[in-house]
Write a protein that binds this ligand. Sequence first.
Ligand code: CTP
Length: 367
Amino acid sequence: MEIYLVGGAVRDGRLGIPVKDHDWVVVGATPETMKKKGYRQVGADFPVFLHPKTGEEYALARTERKQGRGYHGFTVYSAPDVTLEEDLNRRDLTINAMAEREDGTLVDPFNGLTDLEQKTLRHVSDAFAEDPLRILRTARFAARFHPLGFTICPQTMTLMRDMIGDGELEHLVPERVWQEIQRALHEKSPGVFFQVLQELGALAILAPELADTECFEAGLQALQCISVQNSSSAQRFAALLSAVPEHKASALAKAMKSPNECRDLTRLTCLFAERFSIDTGTPLPAKAVLELFDQADLWRRPERFEQLLETLICTPHKTHAEPLRLAARSATGVSPQELLNQGFKGKELGTAIRNERLMRITQVLTP
Ligand code: CTP
């Protein structure tokens, strides 16, 4: 049996960037030989094994053919007669379809190295079209390698457009789409991911609320600003959707099955952007600010409120962030205990807390 290093490790090694994990392909072996050698099989019907010592993944060479539409319905064929080239042929991009022998020499039947040198993202074969997730993966690699000068080659763009025209994206489950989006948000140039999808017409299908040109351009700018900071996925996602009307942004975040923190921060960011006009020099209305604090549950979630402010700084509303921070600091200083000691209780106590908070906010916001 022969063992080859494949995929991301070969690509990143040749690019001279740190290799995260090593994936291996085994040619000429059966599950029985692997188990005899001490490898542990993972997944019942899938020929992937874990190395007894390193825990790295060793997959038996396989071919995959799609039967149904969308992401389901793959027939996997794995046997000792499947060649390395056949295994590489089923992969997405040429730069991901190179292999290395144990002595470090390259096996590169699809000219991945040339594409790596020419900074081109190119599909390996027509088999690319069998997996619509690859449209998102390709956009994500474009976002990752954009600072290095990589672009997607025209033929691959055409192929992806055809796939989208065939309705392939509609078969992706929201969880898989979200997983790619979440990863894309943390790539080096996250905006490029969404630009590629916009150019392909994929955004209009996956996130129509965002595809509107004005919302999209404003969102890209906000995302660019927040992504150069050490920001969370929630902040990046909220920044991207910051110019979308709140009800639409919230509906999209829910439909995408994004995690609660992403949904909440998106809702708050869009609520704020919708309610308060871009700085006109007039102070923010104290009552509306108190309402926002309540909606953001500033009282119990001060760290999330801080995340909201950091996100707002990346939108056209940035000048409001500092007054809001000061108002929040002052309003959270209201002590229910003191008001209790003064004799307020029940409903009256609630009103007294609210009045005190409102007074403090007004004080801070009045020039
Ligand atoms: N692959 C593919 N099509 C997919 C998923 C994966 O062809 N839908 C292939 C590619 O050859 C890829 C390899 O499987 O290189 C491993 O996939 P994965 O670990 O997801 O990607 P990496 O290329 O290792 O990239 P990353 O650095 O993001 O882990």
